[in-house]
Design a protein around this ligand. Sequence first.
Ligand code: SAM
Length: 414
Amino acid sequence: MPKKIDLNAPHMLAANLECKFGTGSQVDFMLAGKLLLSDDKSVLPALARFDGPTAPITVLEYMQQLGGDLTLWRMRLMKWVACGLLQPSEGTQLAVAGADNSYDGIGGVLSCLNDRTRTLAALEGIARTVRKGDNVVDIGTGSGILAFAALRAGATHVYAIEPSPAASLAQALAEENGLANRLTVLRAYSSDIELPVKCDVMISELVSQDPFSEDMLGVTADARARLLKPEARIVPAQLTVYAQLVSTPEHFQGHEWPTAEKIGQWHKDFGFSFNAVAELATKTRKLRDRQRAGQGELIRPKRAADLRAYSEAVPVANIDFAHDDLKPTGEQHWTANLTATASAAEAAILTFYELDYGGGSLYCNGPSATIGATMRNPRLFTDKKPLTLEAGQVVPITFSRKGKASTLRVTEPG
Ligand SMILES: C[S@@+](CC[C@H](N)C(=O)[O-])C[C@H]1O[C@@H](n2cnc3c(N)ncnc32)[C@H](O)[C@@H]1O
């Protein structure tokens, strides 16, 4: 009997999936030694979406994000679900227990390598930061790529820490590149590790869509206290969060956000009344809940680039990982003013961030960055309802971090 496929159900990559790469463009997906499917390598970034920081995701949600002509994608996604490559998230396990919302597993490592702009910026920053003779700790080494760059820059030794099965990939690649004698792979969380020396440099890439959700602050604070010399350098060195007034995207206005104007337009166009849509959407939409909680919604950088800017991008929060008091479990609040450059009936606030990987080697996931593909999406906030703007109006905002989650709100007067 053919398998029942529910495109509305959250799906993830099958746990313990193995990829076998041939010399051509083909990749074989194996589960427990059995071939599930052969496909083209070009599908890997799309598949990684089901194992990355925002997984699980529903197949329909994913198609919505892709936009464009979806016929081919629909067939492909159905095939992936049918053969068991994508599985309903209930009952599936991440490769590392307790590490949900992280980039662990094969998909995560691939999406890091596929994020070329980020990886090149990180390699450049490491080349500028690491000095000959340094001992380096790479926390969350994944494939080991950043550890290898530290060795290329002259590090004496790198301790590469990785709790997921990717640790064995890092070991294999270190051997393949003739670097294994200067690199120690430790399969564990950094908080469980003691090192034989205090390190001169820490490299760690625990920054996700919400820059705090992978516990970069907690991991860094712990490493600074136990694993690093007091004057140690950290890659990335700084994180800066930006906010900008923008137009709301079509899909927000058309589907996700049934405004009074939209409902009026449907009434006019189709001759039926649609008031119940607003009520139901308010009650049921996850998006609306997230917006209410000030958490925003992820948006692809390409889509963000299509939005009209209604203000300059303003730096709101800055963190210097090596020097700031990081207060990982505490709360922080940053305020800023966004000045509208034009009037708008429905505006929203976009946040994105810039990482300084060292010596000014920058990576940004914002709309002005010419990023072809990035695994980190900017976030769009609409506050409690879309903003109405007058040209010259000042919109005061508060960006807050509580532990590992950040929110953004328009600051209430008084
Ligand atoms: C974004 S990936 C980066 C991989 C690699 N460094 C790169 O840049 O391509 C983050 C990695 O950190 C690992 N990780 C998450 N929390 C960790 C922790 N507390 N200690 C060590 N590794 C951790 C995850 O398993 C994941 O492989």
